[in-house]
Design a protein around this ligand. Structure first.
Ligand code: 5GP
Length: 198
């Protein structure tokens, strides 16, 4: 029996482990799909156009906004990011689970638009000190960038009460299990099952 589609919106401060957790959950739930965003930032090594992101220039990005092609968009760390609208709609209608890895501003825009069948998940490290250690440990960012990201993390956390779920990423396997469990529970809601009789 087919259940209704679900949009899982996942936000987290940079360094909290969101991408790793989402990637692992995607492998574990066959109906889950990643919503590939559009961005104006340059590809990082190993990123694939159409898989990691659709990489576009600012002119093209503005065109997508003007044509109403984006469900939401935001400027994050100096670049534009947006969620393609049609892909989400088509796949939710097919009963798929759409995973959106987007920042707090984007998540709040979707929330204000009252998107049907959406759940909002926030991922955080147990403490800010641990977040700082992780940002330093991954060796991707300069000291100043880390400082800005930590400042942003505090701001992002102010929106926590707008989310439905909080996952503290103390240990990755456990966090993956929690995200998978909450998706399973959401899909078991009577309102999400197209069942009229038993
Ligand atoms: P990165 O450049 O490291 O891949 O992503 C930077 C931030 O942009 C992350 O917090 C990520 O969740 C966010 N992001 C990625 N795609 C989108 C999107 O389509 N919309 C919004 N609002 N944020 C996004």
């Amino acid at each position: 029996m087919k259940t209704k589609g679900l949009v899982v919106i996942v936000s987290a401060p940079s360094g909290a482990g969101k991408s790793t957790i989402c990637a692992r959950v995607l492998k574990r739930i066959p109906e889950a799909m990643y919503s590939v965003s559009v961005t104006t930032r340059r590809p990082r090594r190993g990123e694939i156009h159409g898989k990691s992101y659709f990489f576009v220039d600012e002119k093209r990005f503005r065109r997508l906004i003007a044509d109403g092609k984006l469900l939401e968009w935001a400027r994050v760390h100096g670049h534009y990011y947006g969620t393609p609208r049609d892909f989400i709609g088509e796949n939710v209608a097919r009963g798929k689970i759409l995973m959106l890895d987007i920042d707090v501003q984007g998540a709040m825009k979707i929330k204000r638009g009252r998107l049907a069948n959406a759940v909002y998940v926030f991922i955080m490290t147990p403490t800010f000190e641990i977040l700082k250690k992780r940002l330093i440990g991954r060796g991707l960012d300069a000291e100043e960038v880390i400082r800005v990201r930590l400042k942003n993390a505090r701001k992002e956390l102010e929106y926590l009460d707008k989310y439905d779920y909080l996952i503290i990423n103390d240990e990755v396997d456990a966090a993956v299990g929690k995200l998978e469990a909450l998706i399973t529970a959401e899909r078991l809601k009577v309102s999400r099952q197209n069942r009229r009789t038993i």
